[in-house]
Design a binder for this molecule. Structure first.
Ligand code: NAD
Length: 498
């Protein structure tokens, strides 16, 4: 993407909220002084835009810049609390299809205090799916729902990105983290795809860990990890843990990569508690800008700035969040940027200097290659359309007029030939028939009806009939989920206690 002919690459820049303007101006000064061949186009995002009535925190005109430059350096923003506002980060990632979130978490011992001097982990987080699809509903007086969506193509491309990232960065191991012991269908799919695609990468050591013990080990022995690939929510959480364990959330960058653009940002938020004090660490956004320079093909600039940053850290010039025994000077935000600028062209003596031009440091797998690999894999093993049989329905009710037995009696009294009430669960636990009196029940009931037909299947009209009869006896249904078998395998989970 580097023009290579003296022309500057246009970059869309947003300063953001809280500490955003301070750290962004510090980072941009470093880029300018280094001679980065970039041209900044500034857009406004965040709090002020939300307050002007744009519920996603960005104005329509700003999309024009983003879609044209396809490269976004973004400061952190403050997402307003409460309903009516959508997360700008999620909107941008999803609208531009930035499906891979890459977060390197590296220790810089002995200069930045950490209990894990050998730590060098890259977290590759799926960026578009999972609970971050933002599909939430209030269903009853007492119950809210957030839909967790995991798709096979989504798993395939992030898992492949993880393996390709490992290969192009000469990393040896990829760890997959999920909670598939509980979420057997959604997280189970992610794990299965990891195993399937992993077979194409025999040169890379592979393992799967349940996210809870995986996160515990990441906090305790991060040096055992190399590349971690995981779903959106887990990746969000463990990358903050990893960044903090490495030294501080203030030093960790992230790249959001997709087929039609890329966004670079610090992993931390707008830190309102320290905004306007000139004490925030600009390293996260500066190292994100370094990832951006590598992405647009300016490896020379990425290397120059990264090495100057390492030398600054090595010289003990440290913002407050990383100030410790190895520090010589407690630098303010702008003072730290000045120190990096003064060291442009220098290399660290103790820490390893980085060499981007070899194509190893900051190497980014090409999305086009990943798409092509996906395509080849699909052609070699075309997805078979499964035989889908409708075998029942889960009907969700808003009801607070009595016991599970009373509700069970009401539903059993509904005359219908093709379906039979199999069970009722409350918050996933079976409460009818033969529930335990100790089980706490709220006003949200899942009532499972299964086919009684000889071939075990029903039609959609049977579902419409049962829903009509349920409303006919005065019950309030919120939604239904069809129960289907795919090639004879149930495409739905059992009730807990069933
Ligand atoms: P935060 O990351 O802003 O702050 C957490 C803690 O880390 C605070 O004590 C803060 O002072 C410190 N910290 C963060 N960045 C630092 C830096 N560069 N230098 C020194 N210390 C730093 O998280 P939060 O307080 O939970 O969130 C604040 C706001 O940021 C919220 O509105 C949240 O929605 C938003 N947020 C935005 C993004 C983003 O834009 N990408 C990411 C996370 C949170």
């Amino acid at each position: 993407m580097d023009s290579g002919n003296g022309l500057k690459t246009p970059i869309t820049v947003a300063y953001g909220d809280g500490i955003g303007p301070e750290i962004m101006s510090a980072a941009l000064r470093v880029l300018t002084e280094a001679g980065a061949r970039v041209e900044f186009e500034t857009i406004e995002i965040g709090k002020a835009v939300y307050e002007r009535g744009f519920s996603s925190g960005i104005e329509p005109a700003s999309w024009e810049s983003l879609r044209r430059t396809k490269v976004f350096l973004k400061g952190p923003i403050t997402t307003p609390q409460g309903g009516g506002f959508k997360s700008l980060n999620v909107t941008i990632r999803k609208s531009l299809g930035l499906y891979a979130n890459v977060r390197p978490c590296v220790a810089y011992a002995p200069f930045i205090k950490t209990a894990h001097p050998q730590m060098n982990v890259v977290i590759v987080r799926e960026n578009e799916e999972d609970l971050y699809a933002g599909i939430e509903h209030r269903q009853t007086d007492e119950v809210m729902q957030c839909l967790k969506l995991i798709t096979r193509p989504g798993c395939e491309r992030i898992v492949r990105y993880g393996f390709e990232y490992a290969r192009s960065n000469q990393r040896k191991k990829v760890t997959c983290m999920t909670k598939d012991n509980i979420m057997k269908l959604t997280d189970g799919l992610f794990h299965r795809v990891f195993d399937e695609i992993g077979r194409e990468y025999p040169d890379i050591t592979q393992e799967h860990q349940i996210i809870d013990i995986g996160a515990a080990r990441l906090a305790d022995t991060p040096e055992r990890f190399d590349v971690i690939v995981t779903t959106n929510l887990y990746g969000d959480i463990i990358s903050d843990i990893a960044a903090q364990v490495a030294g501080s959330v203030g030093i960790a960058p992230s790249a959001n990569i997709g087929a039609s653009g890329a966004m670079f940002e610090a992993i931390h938020g707008s830190a309102p508690d320290i905004a306007g004090k000139d004490i925030a660490n600009p390293s996260g956004i500066l190292l994100a800008a370094v990832m951006m320079l590598a992405h647009i093909g300016q490896s020379d600039m990425a290397q120059k700035i990264h090495n100057a940053w390492l030398k600054t850290v090595e010289d003990g010039i440290h913002p407050a969040d990383i100030y410790g025994e190895a520090s010589v000077c407690r630098a303010g935000t702008q003072e730290f940027a000045d120190a990096v600028i003064a060291r442009l062209g220098q290399e660290p003596q103790t820490l390893n200097p980085v060499t981007y031009h070899t194509g190893i440091e900051g190497a980014e797998p090409k999305i086009a290659d990943i798409i092509a690999l996906d395509h080849t894999a699909r052609e070699a093993k075309p997805a078979k359309k499964a035989k889908k049989d409708l075998v029942g329905v889960d009907v969700f009710l808003h009801w607070s007029d009595g016991t599970p037995e009373k509700l069970g009696g009401l539903l059993q009294s509904i005359p219908i030939d093709s379906l039979k009430l199999e069970m009722i669960t409350n918050r996933g636990v079976k409460v009818f028939p033969n529930g335990l009196p100790e089980t706490f029940c709220t006003d949200h009931w899942r009532c499972r009806f299964k086919a009684t037909t000889t071939d075990g299947t029903i039609c959609h009209s049977d579902i419409l009939t049962i829903l009509a009869r349920i409303t006919g006896i005065g019950l309030d249904f919120i939604k239904h989920e069809s129960l289907c078998n795919f090639d004879g395998e149930p495409g739905y989970a059992m009730g807990q206690g069933q």
